[in-house]
Design a protein around this ligand. Sequence first.
Ligand code: PGA
Length: 251
Amino acid sequence: MRKPLIAGNWKMNHLYSQVPAYFQKLSEELKGKVDPRAGQVDILLAVPAPFLGLAREVAEQSGYLVAAQTVHEKADGAFTGEISVPMLKDMGLRWTLVGHSERRQYYNETDASVAAKAKACIEQDVTPIVCVGETRVEREAGQTEAVLRRQMEAVLSAVGSSVAYVIAYEPVWAIGTGLTATEAQAQEAHAFIRSVLRSKIGSGAEQLRILYGGSVKSSNISGLMKQVDVDGALVGGASLDPAEFSKIVAF
Ligand code: PGA
């Protein structure tokens, strides 16, 4: 049985001074519905880098997981503006997103660099949430499975048989557009990703959580979560409001 993971991704939103109030409100909204410490569901927030220390302080004691939004593959060096895995670990952080489509699109991250980041995380006991997904042009050209296979194989060749990571399937055409993949489209892509995993790592594939991302909101989460290969969600816009995010967490 895979434990559901509901992850919020603030992207470049909110302010440092708003962090404590966000988590306080989230806890108030969840009261009597979901106890983050009870362990039925993992609840994670990927916050901007300058908020990480504060978020860890205010959120982790309440049972929330805190993640970075990206990390560099090298442990240290002349990479101005970047954050390393040892830096996250030293702050007591154990999670990060890797290879989000916005990183691939605007910051030239490639299958190879995403795979290297995932490997660096796993080697240092930081759990990467590795994002994969096709663009609209790729889907319309019938290339969805080929793209997912290419992205997954790059990761698998770097991380081997490890199961210490999470996959997020995020069709790029559904991110921030209001267009959600249908439940059937999500299930089909998730089952395909699991079949690629199974062909490389066998039964370990059953342990790996595959999250769906792309315009998830409180009105579509429960249908998505009913799909057998959907193990959670990566939520962008709808995670910014703690009241809305709490409804998603309580799917
Ligand atoms: P969205 O973003 O929920 O705003 O579509 C999802 C994501 O980019 O992780």
